[in-house]
Design a protein around this ligand. Structure first.
Ligand SMILES: [Mg+2]
Length: 440
């Protein structure tokens, strides 16, 4: 087993800055401000779709100053900040800005890893402290000149990704924080344990029970104690990073493809909710195929307006075609609606999991039988549909009718850690609204 303790004994803490981390401030809201001069200087909030019932998913610092935060509902937003402009999210615009930002950064440094639509990491190895700071300042200036003064980044420079990310969050918005290894732990000591990325409420409870209430105490324990407190190697990894060590994580294995959607009132009836699920299922299936996977499980979960939550998991031989997934989804959905107290659905989600690659799938999948022949032809048909849609840049061929979903963007919404591709947007091009009007 990989032992971090022995690995650390052989490693030393770097003597120079190693990582630059950029985290954009209130990204969706600030992009909206940048994109529309009428919004300059005004408080702005972004909602998943145009509805008085939905909560904001992002808000600018002016709106934050008025007490609005993620999840604040429309009516409360207007009470707290009557002059606020609330806008439905435009995911394609945010992805466009994201691409331009990457191009801007890469004039100076290669982006080593995109962590999310508005967070990215670059490698500073080989630079002195002065050089690293100069490059980071140039990136900051270029973003202001090329992307715009409203799309502000907060930048952190440190000995590894975790420390650089923590630095990027220290002085938001428009932050610029350097934690050189020679100055460690320095300003790190001011960071509350709950603000460390990856420290969940459960971890905090265990730290609290062990009498560890601040960063100084956490840094003073041993690697072994950190592992014991977390109950796994993650504790030791986190502790080592906080001490400034470089920590390599094994690449994470993909476990699922899924999509969810909160439904507006008119989509809350069973036939429309199922239609929404069908489109999301096809979208998840398309991503599964694009990455070369098969799935043997499909899970559906439904939340109803009376608070009831139901979930069903279905299992089947390894599959990758829309026909199989939509059929399984249909049966799961019908079974849940039959037993639900309310018939009005508030939220739907679908997950394809139990993933495998073709070389890992059981042999009988590829031996001839009538069932396998049908499956093979359906899989080929799904592949052909993907190929035509991808080439045309639009969802020309699909299983069943298409409608604009609540919030649009069938499956091209930005999720944590995943930036939609052009293919994702092609999926929703046939139906989406081009530019919603701001409600000023
Ligand atoms: Mg951000």
């Amino acid at each position: 087993m990989f032992c971090l303790c022995s690995a650390m004994r052989e490693r030393t803490v770097p003597t120079e800055l190693q990582t630059l981390y950029i985290d954009f401030d209130a990204f969706f809201a600030n992009v909206e401000k940048q994109d529309n001069p009428a919004l300059h200087g005004r408080p702005v909030g972004v909602q998943p779709f145009d509805s008085q019932y939905s909560g904001v998913i992002a808000c600018c610092y002016q709106a934050k100053a008025a007490g609005i935060k993620r999840g604040t509902k429309t009516a409360e937003c207007r009470d707290l900040c009557p002059e606020i402009t609330l806008l439905p999210a435009r995911h394609d615009v945010y992805v466009d800005y994201h691409k331009r930002i990457i191009a801007c950064i890469e004039r100076h440094l290669k982006v080593e890893k995109v962590w999310s639509i508005d967070e990215m990491e670059c490698d500073l190895r080989g630079f002195t402290r002065a050089q690293a700071i100069e490059i980071a300042r140039k990136i900051q200036t270029d973003i202001r000149l090329d992307i715009g003064e409203y799309v502000t980044p907060s930048i952190g420079l440190a000995a590894n990704q975790l420390l650089a990310k923590i630095c990027s969050e220290m002085e938001k918005p428009n932050g610029f924080v350097v934690l050189h290894p020679a100055d460690m732990p320095g300003k790190l000591l001011n960071v509350p344990l709950g603000d460390i990325p990856g420290v969940a409420k459960g971890n905090l409870r265990r730290l609290d029970a062990a009498g560890i209430w601040n960063m100084e105490q956490l840094l003073a324990i041993s690697a072994k104690q950190a592992r014991a407190l977390w109950g796994n190697i993650e504790g030791e990894r986190l502790w080592a990073q906080l001490k400034g060590y470089p920590v390599m994580r094994p690449p994470t294995k993909r476990r699922m493809f899924g999509h969810g959607r909160i439904l507006t009132r008119e989509w809350s009836y069973p036939d429309r909710a199922k239609e929404c699920l069908r489109l999301l299922t096809c979208k998840a299936a398309r991503r599964l195929r694009a990455d070369g996977f098969y799935a043997r499980k499909l899970s559906i979960s439904l939340s109803f307006i009376d608070g009831q939550k139901l979930g069903v998991e279905r299992q089947f031989p390894p599959s990758k075609d829309d026909f199989r997934f939509v059929g399984e989804m249909d049966q799961a959905f019908t079974a849940m609606i039959a037993v639900s107290r309310s018939k009005r659905v508030k939220k739907v989600s679908v997950t394809l999991h139990g993933l495998s690659k073709p070389e890992e799938t059981p042999g009988d999948l590829f031996t001839w039988s009538e069932e396998n022949a049908t499956r093979t032809s359906r899989e080929k048909l799904s592949d052909v549909m993907d190929s035509i849609n991808s080439k045309s840049g639009q969802a020309l061929i699909h299983l069943g009718p298409r409608e604009a979903l609540p919030g649009g963007y069938a499956g091209a919404k930005i999720a944590f850690g995943r930036v939609p591709t052009d293919d994702d947007f092609a999926e929703s091009k046939m139906t989406r609204k081009i530019r919603p009007r701001a409600r000023l």
